[in-house]
Ligand binder design. Structure first.
Ligand SMILES: NC(=O)c1ccc[n+]([C@@H]2O[C@H](COP(=O)([O-])OP(=O)(O)OC[C@H]3O[C@@H](n4cnc5c(N)ncnc54)[C@H](O)[C@@H]3O)[C@@H](O)[C@H]2O)c1
Length: 456
């Protein structure tokens, strides 16, 4: 019985999608004692993982290498092996398409692979962030449709090994297989809260599904929180990320107000944050980036529209956040102007192209937008990021990270701090720079040379 296999960690686990979410999940499951097979469609990534090279910072090469060597983990693009696993966690991307609506192609293709290889007594858990209803409206019908036993003479239905082994016309959720949604909350680079010590929300399609999924997570996560349905779990994740997006939008608006009123927004936030209750500090910047905060709220607003409900906070926060790169550009133009320099032809060194500190993820990074805006105005751009060796703008122009030396800093008209990576020596930067535009308050404790710094 599946639950016994899970409790004894003798179940064979499968993880689909080996990125920022799937990789640490796969390692956490393996560390609990399960044998794990990781599935991905990216051949190059599969090869690198099999060579013990981790694609994400939260999984060190040494740990990955040991798990691969001991065969506790194996990686493949052969999805027929899904028929051999007992549990399946789906961690594939959920981006927006060109019309800013949910792009479900990755979930659908992963689920179709699961469905084609489905066996009874499997636990399937969707972890990708998505709109409320996905598990029951998108995943469940595909699993049920494909789990039908082929009728004799029906050539349209696949006769794979998995379908031949089924005994019923259709596998029943909660009895023959288990389906749940459990949002991933990992924050790459966070060394305090990681996968195993961050509580996991679990919502199954039936009570049985919730029970089996909860038992699975209890083997490697300290605390689980069950909810009454997958929709509640899906919505809870969107609430978390929308809360963050809206509060970042609010503090960015406060920063714009403070700029007009010639007040230091950073000092104001520090003062407000001394209140021990009812206030939580958020910080302004060039805008939120990454795979989650700028994107996930649109999954909610898109779904809300189908219920004739507008989500004005979400739209407003996105408008403000999306306007921040242009505001940063204006600050750079002002800073250069104070030194009687036009942006056209000026040399600007950007520090940080990752969307946040101490990681190398440039997805939806506002730094890239600030760079594009400066290039449009004729600036010459150099950049330094200890975690991003190169960037490709517009799919053609490649820039390589400069070494951060005093001569590079002295050679530019302006330094713009867009990501406040901890390992950067900002004292050295300010000492050698002509002008510094600081969008992250990275120079907060620097006294000498503070007259060269312009903050947002
Ligand atoms: N990155 C984060 O910090 C974070 C945090 C919480 C939740 N999430 C959510 O988790 C999900 C995954 O995000 P991520 O950051 O890990 O993405 P990612 O892009 O880092 O990794 C996704 C992986 O899935 C693979 N993939 C795509 N389609 C596939 C398919 N059909 N079958 C197998 N593999 C496939 C890709 O090749 C890639 O390796 C998204 O829904 C995201 O919103 C991300």
């Amino acid at each position: 019985m599946l639950i016994k296999k899970i409790e004894s960690c003798s179940a064979h686990a499968g993880v689909i999608g080996l990125g920022y979410v799937g990789m640490p999940l796969m390692v956490a499951i393996a560390n609990a004692g399960f044998r794990v097979t990781g599935f991905d469609i990216n051949q190059e990534k599969i090869q690198r993982i099999n060579d013990g090279i981790s694609p994400v910072p939260d999984v060190p090469d040494t740990i990955l290498g040991q798990l691969i060597k001991s065969k506790q983990i194996r990686i493949t693009d052969d999805f027929s092996i899904l028929s051999e696993v007992d549990t399946i966690n789906i961690c594939v991307p959920t981006p927006l398409d060109e019309n800013r609506t949910p792009d479900m192609q990755y979930i659908i293709s992963a689920v179709e692979n699961v469905a084609q290889n489905m066996q009874s007594e499997q636990l399937i858990i969707l972890e990708s962030t998505t709109y409320p209803g996905t598990t029951e409206e998108v995943v469940l019908p595909r699993l049920q449709a494909n789990s039908c036993k082929p009728k004799s003479g029906d050539t349209n239905i696949s006769t794979t090994q998995s379908t031949q082994t089924k005994t019923d016309d259709s596998l029943r959720v909660g009895q023959d297989f288990y389906l749940a949604y459990s949002p991933e909350r990992i924050e790459p680079g966070n060394s305090t809260y990681f996968m195993t010590n961050t509580p996991k929300i679990v919502g199954g399609v039936t009570k049985n599904c919730t029970r089996v999924a909860k038992t699975f997570y209890e083997q490697f996560i300290n605390k689980t929180h069950t909810v009454s349905s997958p929709r509640i779990a899906e919505m809870a994740k969107l609430l978390e990320n929308t809360f963050r997006n809206v509060n970042i939008g609010l503090i960015n608006e406060v920063a714009l107000i403070c700029d007009r009123m010639e007040m230091d927004v950073w000092e104001i936030i520090d003062a407000a944050a001394t209140k021990p209750f009812g206030f939580m500090p958020f910080y302004p910047g060039p805008g939120p980036g990454g795979h989650c905060i700028p994107i996930d709220p649109h999954y909610l607003s898109w779904k809300a529209r189908s219920y004739q409900q507008n989500s004005r906070f979400i739209e407003l926060a996105s408008d403000i956040n999306n306007s921040m790169p242009k505001y940063v550009l204006d600050k750079i133009i002002q800073a250069l102007n104070l030194h009687k320099k036009p942006i056209n032809g000026s040399k600007v060194l950007v520090i940080g192209v990752a969307y946040k500190k101490d990681i190398g993820d440039t997805r939806e990074s506002p730094s890239l937008e600030v760079i594009r805006l400066m290039l449009d105005k004729g600036a010459q751009i150099l950049y330094h990021d200890p975690y991003v060796s190169k960037i490709i703008l517009g799919g053609v122009d490649t820039y390589h990270s400069e070494t951060l030396t005093s001569s590079v800093i002295e050679s530019v008209d302006c330094v713009v701090i867009l990501t406040d990576h901890s390992i950067i020596d900002f004292n050295m930067v300010v000492k050698h720079a002509n002008i510094v535009v600081d969008t992250r308050n990275a120079t907060r404790s620097i006294q000498t040379g503070s007259n060269k710094i312009i903050k947002i």
